[in-house]
Design a protein around this ligand. Structure first.
Ligand SMILES: [Ca+2]
Ligand SMILES: [Ca+2]
Ligand SMILES: [Ca+2]
Ligand SMILES: [Ca+2]
Length: 397
């Protein structure tokens, strides 16, 4: 055999003999235990991969300043007897099976009831020593076995997060909190659905307007693999009032009952921050009203106080589906027909303004004086306005 073949042979032989041996190694094992201070825990003592076991007698030693063994119960064997010596820090456990062939496979020697008596952060090994492990048969063959000791560790329990607060805008809720002690992270749930494990102390999320949602937070301690109690908070994103914006290019108007002069009011720039539907209520200041986004109104009266015109106060109220509203006011002037400059008489001054603004249009070169000269409010200063001045010549308010 060359070197490589020898090596292969050795590996093959080793595999044949060692691999089955590993698979059938009998082990007496205790799982690791993680508890909170003063807490009780139950951990199984297992005899794994055993064949025909009839009796076992083991000691488990422990540091009785950290953990006490309270009892050992619930054996797969027919008989169990435990002698516990807390002050000495060990428990001796004997078990026996009365059947002819004993027990096989993974067999529970017993459930050990433990009580944490030490402080958080303390840890102790639950050391197994085997006094006797035998087959059920009369010749009392010993079963070779290994031990797999358990580690008993005390952790502080995770505390519930606190100081849970929120702020909202139309489509968002932002939460902040303080993470409780002994928590590696805070689990965030929204309406019962897991969202995130947060180490930061905030969570922000978008929602539809007016949404109601419940956030639930709990701390997690990885040492214990345990969560705290939940803290919950239900929030409804509040409604926001619509914004009223009323506009008109017709600040200067003339009574239109004889010579047509209507005023266009435009509320289309009004809006609702939540994108709610909004309704409009116009009050034109002369005891007449309108209720659409774009309205046309003709004034049939004016307010002359003896020395000047009093303007009309126009108000626009917009309201959303939730009953919140806002109102904006503006003032418009209403003069007698033909009075462009608002001095209460139709004369050469009005004709002059009309001439100065001749051909001005709402879409081009429009200003306050253009509006004055546009006596019929058709958004153009032309012969029709000049005719109105002439027709009403020397009329007074
Ligand atoms: Ca709204
Ligand atoms: Ca005038
Ligand atoms: Ca006008
Ligand atoms: Ca005109």
């Amino acid at each position: 055999m060359d070197i490589i073949n020898k090596f292969t042979f050795v590996v093959l032989i080793g595999t044949l003999f060692i691999a089955p041996a590993l698979a059938t190694t009998t082990t007496i094992a205790i799982d690791d235990v993680f508890v909170e201070p003063d807490e009780n825990a139950v951990v199984a003592i297992m005899i794994n991969n055993v064949t025909n076991v009839g009796t076992a007698d083991i000691n488990v030693t422990y540091n009785s300043s950290i953990v006490h063994v309270i009892d050992v119960i619930n054996s797969d064997f027919d008989f169990i007897h435990a002698v516990d010596n807390i002050s000495a820090g060990f428990v001796r456990i004997g078990v026996m099976d009365y059947s002819d062939y004993g027990l096989n496979g993974n067999v529970k020697l017993g459930d050990m009831i433990l009580q944490a008596v030490g402080n958080a952060g303390e840890s102790d090994t639950l050391d197994i020593s085997i006094n006797e492990l035998k087959k059920a048969f009369a010749n009392e063959t010993s079963i070779p076995a290994e031990v797999d000791n358990g580690i008993f560790t005390i952790f502080d329990s995770p505390q519930t997060p606190f100081d849970l607060l929120n702020t909202t805008d139309c489509f968002r809720i932002n939460w902040t909190w303080t993470t409780g002690l002994y928590s590696d992270f805070v689990e965030v749930r929204i309406n019962g659905t897991w969202k995130q494990n947060c180490t930061a102390q905030y969570y922000n999320s978008t929602f539809p307007a007016h949404a109601t949602c419940t956030i639930s937070l709990r701390g997690y301690n990885s040492g214990l693999n345990r969560y705290s109690e939940y803290i919950n908070q239900t929030t409804t994103i509040p409604n926001h009032a619509p914004v009223a914006i009323g506009q008109t290019v017709h600040i200067h108007n003339n009574v239109g009952s004889v010579y047509a002069s209507s005023t266009i009011f435009n509320a289309s720039a009004s809006h609702d921050p939540d994108n709610d539907n909004i309704s409009h209520e116009w009050d034109f200041g002369d005891e007449s009203h309108g209720n659409s986004s774009l309205v046309e109104h003709t004034y049939s009266s004016y307010n002359w106080n003896g020395s000047g015109y009093e303007p009309f106060e126009v108000s626009l109220k917009v309201m959303d589906d939730f009953g919140d509203s806002s109102t904006v006011n503006m003032y418009v002037n209403v003069y007698i027909p033909g009075d462009a400059n608002g001095d209460g008489v139709v004369d050469i001054l009005d004709a002059t303004i009309t001439g100065m603004e001749w051909d001005s249009k709402c879409t081009d070169n429009w200003n306050d004086q253009s509006d004055q000269a546009d006596l019929n409010n058709d958004c153009c200063v032309d012969i029709l306005d000049a005719v109105i001045v002439g027709t009403n010549w020397e009329h007074e308010a």
